[in-house]
Design a binder for this molecule. Sequence first.
Ligand SMILES: NC(=O)c1ccc[n+]([C@@H]2O[C@H](COP(=O)([O-])OP(=O)(O)OC[C@H]3O[C@@H](n4cnc5c(N)ncnc54)[C@H](O)[C@@H]3O)[C@@H](O)[C@H]2O)c1
Length: 312
Amino acid sequence: MHALVTGGAGFIGSHLTDALLSRGTAVTVIDNLSTGRTSRLPVGVDLRKVDITDTDAVTAVAEEVRPQVIFHLAAQIDVRASVEDPARDAAINIGGTINLLQAALAVGAKLVFASTGGALYGVRAPIPSDERVLPAPEAPYGTAKYGAEQYLGLFNRLHGTGHTALRLGNVYGPRQDPSGEAGVVAIFAGCAHRGQQPTIFGDGAQTRDYVYVGDVVAAFIAAAATERGGIWNIGTGRETSVLELIQHVGQAAGRAVDPVFAAARPGELQRSALDAGAARRDLGWTAATPIEEGIARVYTWVRDGQPEQGGL
Ligand SMILES: NC(=O)c1ccc[n+]([C@@H]2O[C@H](COP(=O)([O-])OP(=O)(O)OC[C@H]3O[C@@H](n4cnc5c(N)ncnc54)[C@H](O)[C@@H]3O)[C@@H](O)[C@H]2O)c1
């Protein structure tokens, strides 16, 4: 078994790479190292410094290693950057995905794509949102992920492939860059460790579906194991507010964390949670890690100096 992991030097992709290697799967990583770091990868891993927008280079790697499965996680993940430069975001997140779909077709591989749930369903979605909710993204990032999903579904119809998109909640865990909205757990854990006051934008009542990275890795592996194509939400089904997160971080740190409040960020979604009932039924997957436990692991990771290896 040989897997190709795009974005394998990133936060989620490096944990997925570790999990695959520990199961005896050979792994080739494609990453342009824009936000990824080689230090997250085990020494000796087959890393190709390739940009996914480079059609020929992506195809050449796939034809050389002939993977059975392609885990496609490489992406432009910065929502604000997608608003500033939607064409660049689409070139990477749609154009790059089409390149991977073409490469998968050339070598007969199944592709599992990292899509988004949190940035997809929009402000009027019922909570928790299931996969039947019509996407209404609030930023080009979500629109591009939705567009990439559309191409994936098209390839399944046109070519009879069984590709899969996983709509991820707010993934958190060790190795996450403490920047941007997704890194809020790592940011709060860092503040708690240094005895600083974290800043909350708005009143802290805004909710997200925080799903632990180890559970997300398990979802990718479960999705690869089924022949069936489709789209599945990967989340806990539970809303956690920013204020609750702070409390959990305080418990992990063994001291109360006292935030400061700043003006709400314009356009920020107020509530989000994903119904992952379909993933439970079809993939046998559930989010197994309670949030208290996941946050405690992030705190330990921060306390230990944020090592790039291990950590799950
Ligand atoms: N972290 C979350 O909460 C979350 C939520 C929903 C979806 N996702 C998706 O999961 C995937 C992984 O996210 P992450 O949090 O690990 O982000 P990350 O930034 O840590 O990882 C992305 C990786 O892709 C690489 N990359 C970026 N552009 C590239 C390009 N043009 N060519 C080749 N490599 C490129 C980066 O160097 C990085 O290693 C992304 O597709 C993201 O959209 C993440």
